[in-house]
Design a protein around this ligand. Sequence first.
Ligand code: CU
Length: 246
Amino acid sequence: MLDWWLPENVSTYGQEIDWLFHLIYYITGVTFVLVFVTMLVFIVMYRDRPGRRAKYTHGNTTLEIVWTVVPALILVILTILSVPAWSRIKMTMPETDFVVEVTAKQFNWQVTYPGADGKFGTADDKTLLDEMHVPVNKVVRVHLKSQDVIHSFFVPQFRMKQDAVPGREIRQWFEATKPGRYEWPCAELCGFGHSGMRGWIYVHTPDEYGKWAAENLTAQAAPAAAPAEEPKPAAAEPKKEGKAKK
Ligand SMILES: [Cu+2]
């Protein structure tokens, strides 16, 4: 019912997040209405009128127990209901051969691909700034690090949000279900340039991704193959976008 209000979901686990989000939203919405209606009724009922004297009250123990126990129970139930989604998304890592390393810094996302050898920290690694390219319908594992302060990896359409913490490598994953270009802001106030800290994640069809990787990742292994290859439209367009945002 609230789907129109959220960004489009293009993640395999987005529905589970949305379901919890809506449930919490409905509970808080109903509570909000009840509290406000009660408040308005009381404002009218107990308004000042001639001849009316204020009364001192010691409260109502039964009521106080009820409004403490009910929210506590709701919280426990919500926690239990969120366990399956939490354990699937945060506690398990589906098998994949697609791994990227993301190092956040004030105020950019540095995205490193392991190159042909599949290993990080070797000569054929390729690092991009504020852009990530991935194939559609593919589990992407992200090794998330931070170079300075706490940042937060956030892609609303992927329903993915994870803090990047200095000194830690946090492993997360996502699987995008629709090709496109998705905004990738930092969701943790990280300094004066925080508001400008964002990148773009490009989800390609497998063919397109293969082409992009051939031009941008493996070409790097053969140094300076041909500078003339640079202005190919497929490669040039996303770069322009990425740079314009910095
Ligand atoms: Cu940041």
